[in-house]
Design a protein around this ligand. Structure first.
Ligand code: G6P
Length: 476
């Protein structure tokens, strides 16, 4: 087996396969912020990427690939090993633990009078999460060269660093959290042993990375509270069971040149023409999200509604384009949330639409070039998550628009870098958000372009390549 000196591990890989009716496998690029950032890096370096098969199509491709190595089966992926984890284990690990538990804890999403409930069923799910993390640790242990650097990504894989260290103490291991981290008062919803296992799992790494100082601080607070670990906040280190893990803060930005080049392509231009024809010379408030509970789309729409109620002078002169793309529809909460978004949009339509004015255009179908076109046309970009690790929409918008005013949640990681030039809002404060939308629409032209230029500089300061190299260097 070939031994690699740099490896990435993440749940979602750089490619995904779909099974056509005639049994053929079609390959496309994988989705999501993490993947698009890392793909760019992995393409330009000789990195082995270990990921999970997410669908029947993926499993079909793994079966045709020697040892799960897609590249060795002739796929143009770069070195990728895809793991065919038994579907039942995968679903419990990915849906029940990663997306319904750890994601909910770190984004503060529970409706606590009813959820969570950690019962015997959860224990079975937790056992599957362990198995899934173990499968990654095993594959990484098999593929890594002596002393190799291994970059483990995200909340799906919190246990892998400690498991891998047991197998291969020679490796240098990093873990990176693309999510926020919960404060101890909320992290304590987890059963004590589970909380301790998650934290000590990550502390199996030499370097634990976060997107902002705030999430790093919350992680250190949790290590102190639940493990009794020794935390040095000055030097950002956590010492537990005689090992010290360095805590790193690595903000992630956007490769501005690449994004601008993509957004200048003809498919984006033709979407711009179509959107312009649709909205005429009206002002545009844009939002672009996965239909994700943490993105706070319903309160965003409600704020727009309150803005319309308070500002009749804007009726007929503004359109809200809300793109809310499907996500995690295996989870009932996400299906219900999508329905709530659609209901809220319909109410706004019913209340305000006239024969020649559509105040809101909600689109729930994923279309990347159309999103880029919307960014380019935006007068206002609304990004109001309840809580968000970073939020790259807030960074992409100002790069492409050049004159949009950014209404940004103070709970998004991006607020640490973009806060000074945004209109910051408390995501729960619907009236405050409505006021910010009005301020953003009426911001003088000179001010909006000056702010936008500064936002653009901040957004492009740490492109994915730099983000990745800094973390690799931190492992030397
Ligand atoms: C977040 C996570 C990523 C994940 C993405 C999409 O950004 O941090 O790890 O890839 O959401 O979620 P999905 O469940 O579709 O992979």
């Amino acid at each position: 087996m070939r031994a690699h000196s740099v490896l990435i591990a993440s749940n979602r890989g750089p490619v995904a396969f779909t099974l056509a009716d005639d049994g053929a496998l079609n390959m496309r690029r994988g989705g999501g912020g993490l993947v698009s950032g890392l793909s760019e890096v992995a393409r330009s370096t000789d990195v082995l990427w270990v990921c999970a098969a997410l669908s029947d199509g993926d499993r079909g491709a793994v079966r045709l690939s020697p040892g799960g190595r897609l590249d060795e089966a002739g796929y143009d992926t770069g070195p990728v090993r895809m793991l065919d984890i038994p579907p039942a284990i995968f679903h419990r690990a990915y849906n029940a633990v990663a997306n319904s538990t750890l994601w909910f804890v770190n984004h503060l999403l529970y409706n606590t009078p009813m959820t969570p409930q950690f019962d015997t069923r959860f224990r079975r799910e937790w056992a599957s999460y362990r198995d899934y993390n173990g499968a990654f640790a095993l594959a990484l242990a098999e593929e890594a060269a002596h002393g190799a650097r291994v970059m483990v990504q995200d909340y799906h894989l919190t246990l892998t660093p400690a498991m891998l260290r047991v197998e291969r103490p020679d490796l240098r291991i990093a873990h990176f959290s693309h999510t926020p981290w919960a404060p101890p008062e909320y992290f304590s919803l987890l059963p004590d042993d589970v909380a301790a296992e998650v934290l000590s799992g990550i502390l199996g790494a030499d370097h634990a990375g976060f997107l902002t100082a705030r999430w790093a601080a919350a992680f250190m607070d949790c290590c102190e509270a639940f493990l009794g670990a020794r935390v040095d906040r000055e030097s950002r280190t956590v010492t537990y069971e005689d090992r010290t893990t360095r805590i790193g803060v690595h903000a992630l930005g956007v490769n501005g040149e690449e994004l601008l080049a993509r957004a200048a392509e003809p498919d984006v231009e033709s979407h711009m023409t179509a959107l312009r024809a649709l909205v005429g010379d009206r002002r545009l408030i844009v939002r672009i999200d996965r239909t994700e509970l943490s993105k706070n789309i319903v309160r965003g729409l409600t704020a727009y509604r309150e803005f319309l109620a308070g500002h009749p002078e804007w009726h007929g002169r503004v359109v809200h384009l809300a793109f809310a793309y499907p996500s995690r529809h295996d989870l009932p909460e996400y299906r219900e949330y999508t329905a709530a978004v659609q209901r809220c949009a319909k109410e706004i339509e019913d209340e305000y639409a006239t024969e020649d004015w559509d105040p809101l255009i909600l689109n729930v179908h994923d279309d990347y070039p159309r999103s880029l076109a919307a960014y380019r046309l935006a007068d206002v970009l609304l990004v109001n998550p309840i809580r968000d690790g970073m939020n790259l929409v807030a960074k992409e918008g100002p790069i492409l628009s050049r004159r949009c005013a950014l209404v940004l949640s103070r709970e998004a990681g991006a607020a640490a870098e973009l806060g000074a030039d945004s209109l910051l809002v408390n995501p729960y404060d619907v009236s405050g958000t409505a006021i910010a939308l009005h301020e953003a629409l009426t911001m003088p032209e000179e001010e909006r372009s000056e702010r936008c230029a500064r936002l653009r500089r901040a957004a492009t300061a740490l492109p994915p390549q730099r983000w990745f190299e800094d973390q690799l260097a931190a492992l030397l």
